[in-house]
Design a protein around this ligand. Structure first.
Ligand SMILES: N[C@@H](CCC(=O)N[C@@H](CS)C(=O)NCC(=O)O)C(=O)O
Length: 180
């Protein structure tokens, strides 16, 4: 068994978060693709609470929930020379990064889902979902300077936790545009 395994699905933005973190840290891992319509014994045993991917297996021990896995990867493997860790060492800055990472997980994903759900609804609902998305993104953008300083990333000069949480949603934007 590989030291690091990732129970995954190619299309999952939650799995992509973990893959981005592993790539940034230069960690080798084995992908174990999952069929969510027929969940494997391995998945049910490794994530008995949520029964969801991603699940991260490190020396046989499982870690679940993408945000928690990304932070585990950050703490377990040192960053290569030219990039910073995903979370800053200062306790207050770390709390701020975690706050905005949770904002992405809750508000941004909810707004995104709201746009997709409004597709079959009336014009008023579509407009309301669009307005909400723009407002949620404007609030997020206002945090860029606050926590990323001179940028260009939320993590400053290199990607941080908020960037890793956000970036897998980006390829979905043109797809949603086309579908809606
Ligand atoms: N909060 C979870 C969400 C993960 C999630 O929604 N995974 C989906 C695939 S994209 C899943 O496993 N769905 C299976 C199910 O709902 O039974 C995380 O951040 O890891």
């Amino acid at each position: 068994m590989a030291e690091v395994q990732l129970l995954s699905l190619w299309s999952s933005p939650y799995v992509m978060r973990v893959e981005v973190a592993l790539a940034l840290k230069g960690v080798q891992y084995e992908k174990v693709p999952q069929d969510l319509s027929n969940k494997s014994e391995l998945l049910l045993k490794a994530n008995p609470v949520h029964k969801m991917i991603p699940v991260f297996l490190h020396n046989g021990k499982s870690v679940c929930e993408s945000s928690i896995i990304v932070q585990y990867v950050d703490e377990t493997w040192p960053a290569p020379k030219d990039i910073a860790d995903l979370l800053p060492s200062d306790a207050y800055e770390k709390a701020m990064a975690r706050f905005w990472a949770e904002y992405v997980d809750k508000k941004v994903i909810d707004a995104f889902t709201g746009i997709m759900k409004s597709y079959k609804k009336g014009e008023d609902e579509k407009k309301a979902a669009e307005k909400n998305m723009l407002s949620v993104m404007a609030t997020l953008e206002s945090a860029l300077e606050e926590i990323g300083g001179a940028g260009p990333f939320f993590g400053g000069g290199s990607m941080g936790l908020v960037d890793v949480m956000l970036v897998p949603l980006v390829p979905g934007v043109p797809a949603v545009e086309e579908a809606t």
